[in-house]
Design a protein around this ligand. Structure first.
Ligand code: ATP
Ligand code: MG
Length: 232
């Protein structure tokens, strides 16, 4: 039996200290199934990015329990967190491409942390990912010569090329037109079905919602609604 890849229990989160200390999350409880596509929604400031960065081990878990791929993050040492992050794929709105590297070289950066495997095979994997996001004709372009949406798709390819077990995405389709946005989400859904990749995505895009397996709404740092869909 496979354990659920994401298990959150009694998670509170605070920002700041002293008088400025402010609670951003209140008693979050979530169990997210392997291979599913979960959408996180909610008003600005409701805590979506905070939840995503806590699950991604990018922020210290100070209370409750966040278990990701079997690793408890509360109280975990830095070495375990670094090891865990290598098994995750991150797609954030600021795509952070290296301006001096081509699309292919940027995607290869997604494999850097995984050590030096066969360079030819890495290049094939990078080209394959660029094909899947519809950029086979832009492989050798520098980011400066790509549109915003094309850069965003390079960032998607970079996040997926290492075959992460979990993908955490913060508004990954914001810069994309309808068709390329749906293609990215369809790709994530296919990876869920074929490889068991679990995706948690923040989006306000109503066109993406119909593809979600589950829609969780946050309000003022609390889970307000939690709807499971697409059951057969
Ligand atoms: N680094 C920080 N320091 C202090 N407060 C923060 C910090 N990051 C977020 N917050 C606060 O925590 C709350 C949740 O922020 P978060 O970024 O998770 O919201 P969000 O739902 O992602 O919003 P948006 O849709 O605007 O991206 C907000 O009140 C925000 O002001
Ligand atoms: Mg946010």
């Amino acid at each position: 039996m496979t354990r659920d890849p994401i298990q959150v229990r009694g998670l509170d989160h605070f920002f700041g200290s002293g008088d400025a200390r402010k609670q951003a999350l209140f008693d979050i409880n979530l169990t997210i199934a392997r291979g599913s596509l979960t959408v996180l929604m909610g008003p600005s400031g409701s805590g979506k990015t905070t939840v995503l960065t806590l699950i991604g081990a990018l922020r210290e878990v100070g209370s409750g329990s966040v278990r990701v791929l079997g690793q408890e993050l509360h109280g975990a040492d830095e070495r375990s967190l670094v090891a865990l992050r290598k098994r995750l794929g991150f797609i954030f709105q600021a795509h952070n491409l290296h301006e001096s590297l081509t699309a292919t070289q940027n995607v290869l950066m997604g494999l850097e942390v995984h050590g030096r495997a066969n360079a030819d095979r890495q290049r094939i994997a990078a080209h394959h990912m660029l094909d899947l996001v519809g950029l086979s004709d832009r492989r050798d372009y520098l980011p400066g010569n790509l549109s915003g949406g094309q850069k965003q798709r390079v960032a998607v390819a970079r996040a997926l090329v290492s075959n992460p077990e979990i993908v955490l995405a913060d508004e990954p389709t914001a810069a994309l037109d309808k068709v390329s946005g749906q293609n990215v989400v369809r790709l994530l859904k296919t990876l869920g079905q074929v490889r068991g990749t679990t995706t948690v995505m923040v989006t306000h895009d109503p066109r993406i919602l119909e593809m979600a397996d589950r829609i969780i709404t946050l309000e003022d740092g609390r889970v307000a609604t939690d709807e499971i869909r697409n059951l057969g």
